[in-house]
Each structure stands twice: as structure tokens, then as C-alpha cells.
Design a protein around this ligand. Structure first.
Ligand code: FMN
Length: 462
């Protein structure tokens, strides 16, 4: 008995040590990032580097750009576009912008406040033009989208119309293309390799377990996958990060750099990368159904199969400044992955927990609620403080998460008044836009903008 007690105690202590180490590394990472920005940014500088980012790539490239300019002895200031007002631009000599594009050519969340509140306004007399300002845009995008780099082009046109002088045409970056980044470096006179997106190298990962979560559902099959590195130790990551995976036999392959991205549903404390993968089927223009290459492999090949993959940091959906705040987590379908990671990360923190409210939508209660027992455990533990579910195919009046947001308007306003942060993960079409509209209806446009600018409203939508 004593031996078993000792063993139990040793396990608890070992677990606590692992949690403490993860928390320490996370805090260290946050502090390092703040220190890097502070070291480079001079509030009086007449050169401003701004980023308009959602996932964090534009932010990373803007920081590197500012560091590169600084290394050459230039004084620079670094800001998020959402923190920029017309007054910030007055009196500047140079403005370098790194911006991505989302939705249907829309601003990323890190620029949407500026896009609405500044660019969206008619040219009011109080906004003086900036004829002495030289500017250039690094426009991040992906050619798979119809509106390629559209927001970068919009910013470029808008600044031109305000009288500013374009130093060059927007530099379009297709999916991180190194040649385009090299062009940006050359145009700004930066040293070679100042700006780049070299991530962790791709390594082999093995599928160790797969569970079909929704047999009998009207929806396409959803699977929970557990993956482990085939060689070497488990790398570290934070809740909110993604796994980039190269399907076998992809024509483009590693050189073509078309990895699929999946939200990671676990934290390193679980000891593996867990994904929720929908076996995707898409209909073409002739009405023929096609299986997704990556998802049919992930949902079909047996455990023991391997793929090349790597962790992709996703700063825009990490906890960031919200570690001590109550969280409202909203999502649907496989978007549960990104939300579960945040719940599990909280579980690793010392109680009392600040409170988590999960608002989640699926198709049918009878087939699409595999995690109901897990949620009940979290509710019993007090890790989750509230759970609201919607099912779109059960004939109920409340069908979608956006309906829940409107139905729970008073409670939501109360959570936000108590400084909650809102995280949305799941479908871009049919969810993210409608949830955004519901949040604006309930909280007001001004509050939503304020939360976006403060990093208290974050999205991982696809
Ligand atoms: C949901 C989603 C929508 C996107 N929409 C577009 C688009 O309309 N046009 C485009 O050129 N790129 C689009 N992209 C690609 C991003 O702009 C690109 O990945 C960029 O590097 C992201 O930078 P960030 O991490 O700083 O936000 C989209 C990406 C995602 C995930």
C-alpha cells in the first residue's frame, strides 16, 4: 500500500514538474517576444513598419523587417495596423507594411479595425494627406484564393489616394514564396536572409491511433488522430498552433510547399499531437464528388502509417495576453480541435480557473457528440463553467452557434464585461461570418473592434 502511495505521489510530482516546465517555457517565450519588439521599436522613429496579420506570419515578417532595418542603423517603430491612426502617419518619412488577406479578399483580423475605422471612412477633411510619405507593401496571400493578395493591393491604392508616394508596386507573396521575400529584402536594402519563413524542418510522424467519432452521422466522417514523431522526442508547441502535413504522392510535394494545415487538439502535456480530421469530399462543377488527398489518407491508412509533418506556430490563435482571462470558445465541427487545446492548456494551470464557456455546433445529437462524457468531466471539475450546444439537423429552433450567441446575449455581455476573451474555430463559410455578425449585434461594433485590437477576439477559421 505504502509503495503504491509512494508511486502515486512520485507520478503526481513528475506531472507537476512537467506542467511547471511547460508553463515556464511558455512565459519565457512570451517575454522573449515582448523583449524583441521593445528592443527594435523606437516610438520617435520616422520610419514605421506595420503588420496586418491574423495567423502571425505577417507579424513575424514585419518584426524581421524592423530588425533588419535597425541592424543597418535606422531608427524604426513597429506597430500592428490596428494600433495605427491617421495621426500616427503624420510626420513619418517611410512606411513599410506587411499585410495578409483573408475571407474573400478581406483584411486579416489584425488590420480589420484600421480597414473599417480609417480606410473605410470617406476622405474626411480632418485626415490630412501625406505627400512626403514613401511607402511599400509586402502583400501575403495564396494563389488558390480568387482574391489573391487583395487586401495588400487595397492598402497600396488607399495610401496612393491619400497622396503618399509608392516606392514600388506591392510585392505579392504566394504561400511564403522565398523569391518574393528576397525581392522585398532587396527593395528595402536589407541584408540577405534578414527576412524569411524557414520553419522547423519537416520530419516523419507516425499515426499511432485513430477513432471514428461520428458513425451514423449525416455529416462526413470525423476522426480523432493521435500522431507521434517517428524519430526523436516530441517537439513543443502551444495551444492554438497547427500541424502542417504533406500528403504522400502530392505532385507539388515538399518543394511545391502545399502542406495541409490542421489545428492541434492537444498540448504537449498529453504526450502526442491529436488532430480532428473530417474526411473531406468536395463536389466539382459537374457535380462529381472527390475525396481530399490528405484527409482520405489520414482517415483511411492504418495506424503505423507515416507522413512528413511539422508544427507551425500560429501566434494569432495562441492564448497571448489572455492567459488569466475567462474564455468564451465558439466553434463547429472539426473546429473543436483548436478549442479543446485551449481547454487542456487551462487544465494544466493551477486552479482556480478563470472560467471557460464552450459554445459548439454539430449536426445530430445522437451521432455527433463523442466528447459529451469529456465535457461532463470538465464541467464537474469546474474547468468548464458552461456548455451550450446546437445541432443543425435535429429540427430544433436553435440550429447554429450564431443562434446561441444571440440567444445568450445578456450572458455574453456579462462575460465580456468581466474581461473575457473570445476564440472562434471552425468553418469560414456558414459559421465565422455569421458568428461575427451575431457578436457585433450583441456586443456592438465598437466593442468587437476594441477586442480585436486588444487581441481578445481571435479566430482560426478555414
Ligand atoms: C481562411 C483563410 C482565408 C484566406 N483568404 C485568402 C484570400 O482571399 N486571398 C489571399 O491571397 N490569401 C488568402 N489566404 C492566405 C493568407 O493570406 C496567407 O496564408 C498569409 O500568409 C497569412 O498571413 P498571417 O499569418 O499573417 O495572417 C487565406 C488564408 C486562410 C487561412
Amino acid at each position: 500500500m505504502t509503495a503504491r502511495l509512494m508511486l502515486a505521489l512520485a507520478l503526481v510530482l513528475a506531472y507537476a514538474a512537467v506542467c511547471a516546465r511547460i508553463a515556464w517555457r511558455w512565459r519565457q517565450g512570451q517575454a522573449d517576444q515582448r523583449a524583441r519588439v521593445q528592443a527594435v521599436s523606437d516610438p520617435r522613429a520616422r520610419t514605421l513598419v506595420v503588420h496586418g496579420s491574423q495567423g502571425g506570419t505577417a507579424e513575424q515578417l514585419a518584426l524581421q523587417t524592423a530588425q533588419g532595418l535597425r541592424a543597418q542603423g535606422q531608427a524604426v517603430r513597429l506597430l500592428a495596423l490596428n494600433a495605427v491612426t491617421p495621426a500616427t502617419l503624420t510626420g513619418l518619412d517611410q512606411l513599410w507594411l506587411v499585410v495578409s488577406t483573408y475571407g474573400e479578399g478581406d483584411a486579416p483580423d489584425g488590420a480589420s479595425v484600421f480597414a473599417d475605422a480609417v480606410m473605410g471612412q470617406p476622405d474626411a477633411a480632418h485626415v490630412a494627406p501625406w505627400p512626403a510619405l514613401r511607402f511599400g507593401v509586402l502583400a501575403l496571400g495564396d494563389r488558390q484564393y480568387a482574391q489573391f493578395c487583395a487586401f495588400g493591393h487595397r492598402v497600396h491604392r488607399w495610401l496612393g489616394a491619400r497622396g503618399a508616394q509608392a516606392a514600388f508596386a506591392p510585392v505579392e507573396v504566394d504561400n511564403g514564396d522565398p523569391a518574393a521575400l528576397a525581392r522585398w529584402q532587396a527593395l528595402l536594402g536589407l541584408a540577405e536572409d534578414d527576412v524569411g519563413l524557414a520553419g522547423a524542418p519537416f520530419a516523419r510522424w507516425t499515426l499511432s491511433r485513430r477513432e471514428h467519432l461520428n458513425p451514423g452521422s449525416q455529416g462526413h466522417p470525423l476522426h480523432a488522430l493521435t500522431l507521434l514523431p517517428a524519430d526523436g522526442p516530441l517537439p513543443t508547441w502551444q495551444a492554438g498552433d497547427l500541424l502542417q502535413l504533406l500528403p504522400e504522392g502530392d505532385e507539388a510535394g515538399e518543394a511545391g510547399k502545399r502542406p495541409r494545415e490542421y489545428s492541434i487538439a492537444s498540448t504537449p502535456a498529453q504526450g502526442s499531437v491529436c488532430l480532428l480530421v473530417r474526411h473531406a469530399h468536395q463536389q466539382d462543377e459537374q457535380g462529381q464528388w472527390h475525396q481530399g488527398l490528405a484527409s482520405s489518407q489520414l482517415c483511411g491508412l492504418p495506424p503505423g502509417s507515416t507522413w512528413r509533418a511539422r508544427i507551425k506556430p500560429h501566434a494569432g490563435f495562441r492564448i497571448g495576453p489572455n492567459a488569466e482571462r475567462p474564455l468564451v470558445l465558439i466553434g463547429n465541427g472539426s473546429g473543436l480541435a483548436g478549442l479543446h487545446a485551449h481547454i487542456l492548456a487551462r487544465e494544466g494551470q493551477a486552479a482556480p480557473w478563470p472560467g471557460i464557456w464552450l459554445i459548439y455546433g454539430e449536426r445530430q445529437r445522437a451521432h455527433d457528440a463523442a466528447y459529451a462524457p469529456t465535457w461532463q468531466t470538465w464541467l464537474d471539475q469546474g474547468l468548464l463553467s458552461r456548455l451550450d450546444l446546437s445541432y443543425s439537423r435535429d429540427g430544433e429552433a436553435v440550429r447554429h452557434v450564431q443562434d446561441l450567441v444571440r440567444q445568450q446575449a445578456d450572458r455574453l455581455r456579462d462575460w465580456v464585461a468581466r474581461d473575457a476573451a473570445i476564440y472562434v474555430c471552425g468553418s469560414l463559410h456558414g459559421m465565422a461570418g455569421d458568428v461575427d455578425a451575431a457578436l457585433r449585434a450583441v456586443l456592438g461594433d465598437g466593442e468587437v473592434r476594441h477586442m480585436l485590437a486588444a487581441g481578445r477576439y481571435r479566430r482560426d477559421v478555414y
